[in-house]
Unconditional design. Structure first.
Length: 74
């Protein structure tokens, strides 16, 4: 009961390698993660603003719920 199994050691080694290996700074890794999240959110925002711009440029009426469902499926 007192000793750790091999899977526990693998997890501990992976965490230590993540913290002290690679870039050497945890803040650098977290900064890269934050940049990725921000880019993802900007991409989502661009998609919704593009749809609004398309509707305004063509003068189209707002889509019905059925049309929105068809677009989501395809």
């Amino acid at each position: 009961m007192g000793s750790m199994s091999w899977i526990h050691w693998v997890i501990v080694i992976a965490v230590v390698a993540l913290l002290f290996g690679g870039r050497g700074k945890l803040s650098g890794i977290m900064g890269d993660a934050a940049k990725g999240i921000k880019a993802f959110k900007d991409g989502l925002k661009d998609d919704s603003s593009q749809e609004v711009a398309d509707n305004k440029s063509t003068g189209a009426l707002p889509r019905t719920e059925a049309e929105k469902e068809d677009l989501r499926k395809s």
